[in-house]
Design a protein around this ligand. Structure first.
Ligand code: KG4
Ligand code: ZN
Length: 338
């Protein structure tokens, strides 16, 4: 089955065709990131306008790349939330129009759960469920127990800043990059082996027995260092990254033990972080846990895994009942439950 998916939750406009939830036949992504880099943060109206400019070209491009026409598509899928309302409206309207004009089904997808399906793409050994799943994106940090497709138990999430948000705000504090600087922190941290301030930043909630996260205090601790002056960017970046990774790994592995899970899945932009990947690989191999890390190209926003998520969570819903929800949470998946 070939699903054409559309993803427009933030500043990327993406379309992809994926066969049987696994084989990526094409993927097209346009972004308005450069515009937001200039303003130092996302301007929702600008992102929405660019979605309008890009939506038809990316749909056309993903069909051309795969040498398919709309007749060859079996079903459509679209991200309905969470995200920026103006951006979501563009993708959902386009997807509804495609489904309406072709008389085919449209499957609504939760962006957060979608991220996890990056682990099902282009692989001969897809994950087996149940699994513990960690979603670490720009706006969300959620730990869930995925018993089956569409069957989740919520374990915990961020109480304030998400992991990606903390990376981005710290990159700004360190003057590395004004917008989406997670990668820059990681790059500069990798230039040294040991931080001169090792262990000096807090590891928030690491000893708490719940599965919640809180990264805003960590960012404030970096701010205090910066305000006091006399700091070296690479050493602060490394210590900051170490703190986030330690907390994420510690809580995630505790969830794995508590649920006696044999599989761990990661998803979201921060799962591209090299340090997080390396430590999880090491810990999981020691504990005989099967670890699935999305390939780098499927960590950040694209429509590929939205199509895969739709394939594994198909449900026939009348077009007029498909709604946008900008503040959809990880557990708001009733509409995709089997
Ligand atoms: O999942 P995503 O593409 O967008 C959302 O759905 O939010 O995640 C984007 C986030 C940004 O905060 C970005 O800085 C972060 O992922 N990110 C990274 C890395 N690559 C992307 N954070 C740390 N290390 C990286 N290598
Ligand atoms: Zn995302």
């Amino acid at each position: 089955m070939k699903i054409l998916a559309i993803e427009t939750s933030c500043d990327e406009t993406a379309a992809a065709v994926v066969e049987d939830g696994n084989l990526v036949l094409s993927s097209s992504i346009a972004t308005s990131k450069e515009l937001h880099e200039r303003t130092g943060g996302i301007v929702p109206e600008v992102a929405a306008r660019k979605q309008v400019d890009f939506i038809l070209p990316v749909i056309k491009d993903c069909l051309e790349q795969s040498n398919l026409s709309l007749r060859d598509i079996d079903k459509f899928a679209v991200t309905v939330g969470p995200g920026l309302i103006g951006s979501l409206v563009v993708g959902v309207s386009a997807a509804k129009s495609l489904a309406f004009s072709t008389g085919k089904e449209l499957i609504p997808v939760n962006h957060l759960i979608g991220h996890l399906y990056a682990n099902w793409l282009n692989t001969v050994t897809p994950p087996t469920l149940p699994a513990i799943a960690l979603i670490v994106s720009g706006g969300h940090t959620d730990l869930v127990y995925m018993k089956d497709h569409g069957d989740f138990e919520y374990l915990g999430g961020t109480l304030d800043d998400a992991a990606g948000e903390a990376f981005d705000k710290t990159a700004r504090l360190l003057n590395l990059k004004k917008y989406l600087g997670g990668v820059e922190i990681s790059k500069i941290a990798a230039t040294i082996n040991k931080s001169s301030i090792e262990g000096q930043l807090p590891r928030p909630k690491i000893r708490d027995l719940d599965f919640d996260f809180s990264f805003s205090g960590l960012k404030s601790a970096v701010k205090r260092l910066v305000d006091a002056g006399n700091f070296e960017v690479s050493h602060v970046a490394k210590e900051f990254e170490d703190s986030i990774v330690e907390v994420l790994v510690s809580k995630t592995m505790r969830a794995v033990v508590e649920k006696n899970a044999k599989t761990l899945l990661l998803g979201g932009g921060v799962s591209a972080n090299a340090k997080l990947r390396a430590i999880l690989k090491d810990v999981c191999s020691k504990h005989n846990i099967k670890l699935y890390l999305p390939p780098a190209e499927f960590c950040t926003d694209s429509a590929t895994y939205i199509a895969s998520c739709a394939y594994f969570n198909q449900r026939s819903i009348p077009l007029e009942e498909i709604e946008i929800n900008p503040s959809l949470g990880v557990m708001d998946y009733e509409f995709i439950q089997k």
